[in-house]
Design a protein around this ligand. Structure first.
Ligand code: NDP
Ligand code: 8X3
Length: 265
């Protein structure tokens, strides 16, 4: 969208899946002078994404790969101050970094898994928001900018074997709603995007790297691609300032809940 000309976009979790696709989609569809700050823990992968954008998309887009673990509060707090001066005027924050660990039922969930899911999906997203909001708040009319939070159908419809992950996404939903209400007198837009099943590294991470188990999740089905979600995110950011896509639930054709899914046998 022309409206995104000259904007600075910050994406967390841009080394893979939805975050990576979102970076590419912003670059592909937006006019020159766009700045993309791509963050994740895997800096080498981020650099590859940056190269891919510059080589294959071009478009005059500037890309800054930046290593950041959103679950490390001190790193998140000091992050904006470490950006080169010309990268600090962030206009859009896409809070995408997130993960699921395991399919255990509540009594058997490992403490480390509980902690990493909450530290990343919830506290990480909240801390990122707190780090960027002061930049937004300095602008006229109480502030301006977009906060785009990636929730999930899991936050609306919790399922067996997903209690902690679902609880983290319900927390994202609740935080997002409060924030939109708190910022109602400003020009800051608070947007939530809730995907259904998307084929990314999500399930590989869920099964601790077991690719066969991850593939079985999608076998016989037709999940969304990360590009499908990226298109919606970029569409939301490109609307006229008075238009807020407050809440968006996106399923593939054959999904109607986390567990109601038609698969060819
Ligand atoms: P991927 O595993 O493909 O991507 C997750 C991204 O998050 C990676 O770039 C990863 O980078 C990053 N990440 C994980 N932990 C951290 C951390 N501590 N700090 C910074 N970055 C981190 O999965 P998806 O693209 O599917 O997931 C993106 C978001 O979409 C998540 O919030 C997920 O919950 C949500 N979602 C996914 C759905 C799906 O079916 N796939 C459906 C609904 C929502 P790195 O490892 O380099 O840090
Ligand atoms: C990912 C969707 O239903 O696999 O957030 O948890 S689900």
């Amino acid at each position: 969208s022309k409206r995104l000309a000259g904007r600075t976009i910050l994406i967390t979790g841009a080394s893979s899946g939805i975050g990576k696709s979102t970076a590419i989609e912003f670059a592909r569809t937006s006019p020159k002078n766009l700045r993309l700050i791509l963050t994740a823990r895997r800096i080498d992968t981020l650099k590859e994404v940056a190269q891919e954008i510059q080589k294959e998309v071009g478009n005059g887009v500037k890309v800054l790969p930046f290593q950041l673990d959103v679950s490390a509060p001190d790193d998140v707090r000091s992050f904006v101050g470490k950006l080169p001066e010309e990268w600090r005027e962030i206009d859009v924050l896409v809070n995408n970094a997130g993960l699921v660990k395991g399919v255990a039922k509540a009594p058997e969930i490992e403490e480390a898994d509980i902690n990493v899911m909450f530290a990343t999906n919830v506290t990480g997203l909240i801390n990122m928001t707190q780090a960027v909001l002061p930049i937004f708040k300095k602008r006229a009319d109480g502030g301006a900018g977009d906060i785009i939070n990636i929730g999930s159908i899991a936050g609306r419809d919790p399922y067996v074997g997903g209690s902690i992950y679902c609880a983290t996404k319900a927390a994202v939903r609740s935080f997002t709603d409060s924030l939109r209400k708190e910022l109602v007198a400003t020009r800051i837009r608070v947007i939530e995007i809730d995907p259904g099943q998307v084929e990314t590294e999500f399930s590989v991470v869920r099964f601790y790297g077991d690719k066969a188990k991850a593939d079985a999740v999608y076998a016989g089905g037709e999940p969304l691609t990360p590009d499908d979600i990226a298109e919606v995110i970029v569409f939301a950011a490109g609307r006229r300032e008075n238009v807020i896509l407050a809440d968006t639930l996106i399923f593939p054709q054959h999904q109607a809940s986390p567990t109601v899914m038609y698969k060819k046998s």
